[in-house]
Design a protein around this ligand. Structure first.
Ligand SMILES: C[S@@+](CC[C@H](N)C(=O)[O-])C[C@H]1O[C@@H](n2cnc3c(N)ncnc32)[C@H](O)[C@@H]1O
Length: 289
């Protein structure tokens, strides 16, 4: 395939590329690294050792996991386990039994690897617009994890009312338009009572931006960004900072909480909007009623 842009890559990424990967050891090899993430609020030391022992699959190198956690490979693995434990506890609190889940924009499986490895009786799905991540998961994670490439046109090729849980970590931070069509699609595939867990940058995130937050470093050089935006209340539903006009996954998007509460709540019951949870982004927890 030539390097000329192909139409598929306007609505997805790397659709026709060949990949070779260098992978890291399983998590246990890095478990002596000083962790940036502590799980004492979520699990005991003993169970943590069991989780580590069970996951004998390789970790993606830093470049194959969207740069998450730099060289802190153990923290990368812990962050996925933490999110998995949080989701299990939300499902429990809302009496939602888990037999099937999808992580939209799963990258190389930071979160779904734990569903696939720790709960082998669950129907686990993952998708991403970047075909590179699809190949990584297919090559290195358990074969019962089902994975497909989606595009940035809202459509998920799964049946109506078929899943208990849909997650999207740091996806709606990059979706400029069509978030409502995505919500309708997520609602369609969730069974009644099912949970959607979506992270977002919001007006709250904007007010709390500072030098320590990675997104701030790229934003502060953006032509449409000014410190004023941090100081003043958000006066629109969305602030969209585009880095390219063509192609997917090329913007940073902040959503006004008022917008989420008004627009997304027409399709779901919003159970909670947890601020900076568990990282810098807010978590919007919703239920299909
Ligand atoms: C910041 S990364 C987060 C990765 C992963 N969710 C995690 O928490 O480790 C954003 C991911 O979303 C994917 N992505 C961006 N827009 C998407 C879309 N519309 N649908 C599916 N995936 C998307 C990117 O390819 C990338 O893997």
């Amino acid at each position: 395939m030539s390097t000329e842009q192909i139409w598929e890559d306007f609505i997805s990424l790397n659709s026709f590329s060949d990949f070779s990967f260098e992978v890291l050891e399983p998590a246990i090899a890095y478990s002596k690294q000083d962790p940036e993430i502590h799980l004492s609020n979520y699990t005991s030391e003993e169970s943590l050792s069991d989780f580590i022992a069970k996951d004998h699959y390789p970790l993606p190198s830093t470049k194959d996991r969207e740069g998450y956690f730099g060289n802190s490979h153990y923290s990368y693995w812990l962050s996925g386990l933490r999110d998995y434990l949080i989701l299990k506890s939300i499902l429990k609190d809302n009496d939602v039994p888990l037999s099937s889940c999808l992580d939209l924009g799963c990258a190389s499986g930071r979160v779904i690897r734990h569903f696939g490895v720790q709960d082998t009786d669950i129907d686990v799905w993952g998708s991403d617009i970047n075909y590179k991540h699809i190949c990584w998961v297919q090559k290195y994670l358990p074969s019962h994890i089902k994975i497909f490439q989606n595009s940035s046109i809202p459509y998920i090729p799964l049946p109506d009312n078929s899943l208990d849980l849909v997650t999207a970590y740091s996806i709606f931070t990059h979706v400029e338009s069509f978030d409502l069509a995505w919500m309708a699609e997520i609602r369609r595939i969730l069974r009644p009572g099912g949970i959607a867990y979506i992270t977002a940058l919001t007006d709250f995130s904007l007010r709390n931006l500072n030098n320590k937050i990675p997104v701030y470093k790229s934003l502060k050089n953006h032509k449409d960004f000014s410190e004023d935006l941090i100081e003043k209340p958000m006066n629109k539903d969305k602030y969209i900072f585009r880095y390219r006009n063509f192609g997917s996954y090329s913007s940073v998007v902040f959503l006004n909480t008022e917008y989420i509460s008004n627009a997304w709540s027409r399709m779901f019951k919003i159970i909670d909007i947890k601020r900076q949870f568990p990282g810098f982004q807010d978590a919007v927890i919703m239920q299909k009623i």
